[in-house]
Design a protein around this ligand. Structure first.
Ligand code: HEM
Ligand SMILES: [Ca+2]
Length: 638
């Protein structure tokens, strides 16, 4: 009760607070507009030598995306592909290029990440007054589509010892014992702040850590998934994986009909795959991304994307009875990716980045009628370290620790703790959980974007049956160190923002309280880490981030777009392009709301703007009043 009174009070106070912030940023900061040249990559020697898979040196033109992302860029086949190094805006300046334990500019050990987390990222339950939890959740889908630097993904750079006979990356030490990784645990991180022992950090595996590289080779963190927004979370990151997810008939992906719903294939080894599972036969899924089971609301969206593919495939096979499995599958995949890209760039990203900033920087052409031919083959669509370890992880702030499940009439019927349901998707199949969680995504506010992180993520993450778990914020800080990410001041400099010479100079972007806190953590302003400094900035009006993260995010989503030859609005290559009519129906008919409507079990109503809370200007309507993509435009009359 108290919390609902408080959140209604908030509705009145928040706009007022935002107004004051606006005044604060009235004359600063201006983020220089992106220039394509700034992000063009002409040479790429690192990538070529690192690739483990047999990357073709010349590409044949394929109307469909490859699964591992190779040959999207015809000149540089490995650009944006899975199992390639992260890119960076600013080099970390490690003199030897093999620096392992990031230190301060004077070679002192950096402060304990857990202590930093406790001091500047405490928990405070303030909810957003406009955006719902689905905004947070869709963000995680995008994160997983673009980036995976999981320490359990063993990445090798030696083509002799690191690829099996089929050219697949081997992460199986039994198959290839010479590739056992050498994991160096971080030194003792006993939390000095409150005396409790906290998680043991394990460094991200880089090419330097694995037995099969020479000790002189520099350390590159490697991205396990395709950098393109190509629904690799649904289709997988290798051809082999993609094939294993297909039914082999009617262009469909494999599903399991069970407990009144449609689910992804069951994982073969439940107790191993789903660490939260208590029995070997409970639901636990396989999808294109290994993190599919990580939290129940993520799994809901994964199921929706899977069902969307099959929904499209079924219509296509109905209208084109002469098409074979492959043709239906690839066409459905292409449409599904286009619908998603439309939602990412038109519905979702404007919330985070501000529509004006996107338009000004050419990430978005809201009124485009025909094709947008902005593909630039000199831009490498890789994932930036600054994005994957710092800027995009800031949105861990949006996570809420308590989730409610709702009935179709929007009455709550169950409430769960996030940490009780990590890697345990069985809740989807019980008690109408799938619909209950899906409606919950659209009906509950997300946490406000701020420096406060829910205690479920900073104290209880992956706790399982234990009383305490891990601290995601501390992991975020540590992971950026593993990746050798440049410091906060250097990124401000790259971004053309003011360059603080001392702590007091930080006051132009941060509250005095936060500047004081930073002073107590770091000796010099140059020691401030990007993850920490960036998360404490006041937000740029109309966005959910501060100026430094905004600069990084805009650049990332710019290269992800213009470095993607298969981007759905591109019409240069007729073999790849949609027809103008098809493009138009994608633009008119794609929406998050429709994804819920078309792929829920009993969902019959939804608000049109499904990243926004229900309000008088965004009322719940029957699904059949929402625009849809007209799949009849894919009828093949030839
Ligand atoms: C319930 C929600 C979420 C949970 C429990 C969660 C948890 C995690 C965990 C455990 C990691 C791996 C940390 C590591 O070992 O380095 C991670 C990585 C990451 N998360 Fe989240 N996350 C959530 C939502 C989000 C959201 C909403 C976003 C962005 C909008 C996001 C962006 C990222 C990114 C970019 C990474 C790095 C991926 C990589 O390169 O490995 N996450 N998250
Ligand atoms: Ca991808």
């Amino acid at each position: 009760e108290t919390s609902s009174v408080l959140s209604s009070l908030q509705i009145y106070f928040e706009p007022l607070m935002d107004y004051f912030k606006y005044i604060k940023f009235a004359e600063s900061p201006t983020i220089p507009t992106i220039t394509p040249q700034e992000l063009e990559t002409k040479t790429d020697s690192k990538t070529r030598q690192l690739s483990c898979r047999s990357t073709p040196t010349t590409c044949k033109k394929d109307p469909y995306r490859s699964f591992d992302g190779t040959c999207n860029n015809l000149e540089n086949p490995s650009w944006g592909a899975a199992i390639e190094p992260f890119a960076e805006l600013v080099n970390n300046n490690y003199a030897d290029g093999v620096h392992q334990f990031p230190e301060t500019s004077e070679n002192e050990q950096l402060p304990n990440p857990r202590a930093i987390s406790l001091l500047v990222f405490p928990s405070k339950n303030i909810t957003d007054f406009k955006w719902n939890l689905n905004t947070m959740q869709w963000g995680q889908i995008i994160a997983h589509d673009m980036s995976l630097s999981d320490r359990t993904t063993l990445l090798y750079n030696n083509p002799v010892t690191c690829c099996d006979s089929e050219g697949q990356l081997t992460s199986d030490s039994e198959k290839n014992p010479s590739c056992v990784p050498i994991i160096i645990p971080e030194k003792d991180v006993v939390n000095k702040a409150d005396g409790r022992e906290c998680m043991e950090f394990v460094r991200t595996i880089t090419t330097k850590d694995i037995g099969c590289t020479s000790s002189k080779s520099p350390s590159f963190p490697i991205n396990g998934v395709t950098a393109y927004l190509d629904l690799s979370v649904t289709y997988g990151n290798t051809k082999k994986q993609a094939d294993s997810l297909r039914e082999g008939r009617g262009g469909r992906l494999k599903v399991n009909e069970r407990n009144g719903g449609t689910w992804p294939p069951q994982a073969p080894n439940v107790l191993q795959t789903c660490s939260g599972a208590t029995t070997a036969d409970e639901p636990c899924y396989v999808a294109g991304d290994e993190r599919v089971n990580q939290n129940p609301q993520l799994t809901v969206l994964q199921v929706i994307l899977l069902k969307e593919h099959n929904r499209i495939a079924d219509v296509l096979s109905d209208i084109n009875q002469h098409w074979n499995d492959e043709k239906i599958y690839q066409t459905a995949r292409r449409i599904n990716i286009a619908i998603n890209l439309y939602i990412h760039y038109n519905e979702f990203l404007p919330i985070l980045l501000g529509k004006d900033n996107m338009v000004k920087n050419k990430l978005l052409y809201p009124n485009a009628k025909g094709y947008v031919n902005d593909y630039n083959p000199n831009v490498k669509a890789a994932v930036l370290k600054e994005f994957a370890t710092a800027a995009f992880r800031y949105f861990h702030t949006l996570i809420r620790g308590q989730l409610r499940l709702f009935k179709e009439n929007r009455l709550p019927y169950q409430s769960i703790r996030l940490s009780d349901w990590m890697n345990k998707p069985s809740i989807l199949e019980e008690n109408n959980g799938f619909d209950g969680l899906a409606i919950g995504l659209s009906f509950q506010p997300q946490a406000k974007s701020d420096q406060y992180f829910d205690i479920e993520t900073t104290q209880y993450l992956f706790k399982g049956k234990q009383t305490l778990g891990k601290d995601l914020r501390a992991i975020d800080i540590q992971r950026a160190r593993d990746h050798g990410v440049a410091n906060y001041v250097d990124l401000r400099s790259y971004c053309g923002l003011s360059i603080p010479k001392n702590f007091n100079d930080l006051c132009d972007y941060m509250s005095i309280k936060n500047v004081e806190a930073l002073k107590s953590i770091y000796k010099r302003v140059e020691d401030i880490e990007l993850t920490v400094g960036g998360s404490l900035e006041e937000h740029v009006p109309g966005t959910l981030v501060g100026p430094t993260f905004l600069c990084i995010l805009l650049r990332q989503f710019y290269i992800t777009r213009i470095g993607d030859r298969y981007f759905y609005e591109n019409g240069e290559d007729k073999e790849i392009a949609f027809t103008l009519e098809q493009l138009e129906t994608i633009r008119k008919g794609s929406s998050m709301a429709r994804l819920f409507c078309d792929n829920g079990i009993h969902i019959k109503e939804m608000q049109p703007k499904a990243f926004e809370l229900v309000s008088p200007s965004n009322n719940i309507v029957p699904c059949d009043q929402l625009p849809f993509v007209n799949l009849n435009l894919w009828k093949d009359t030839k």
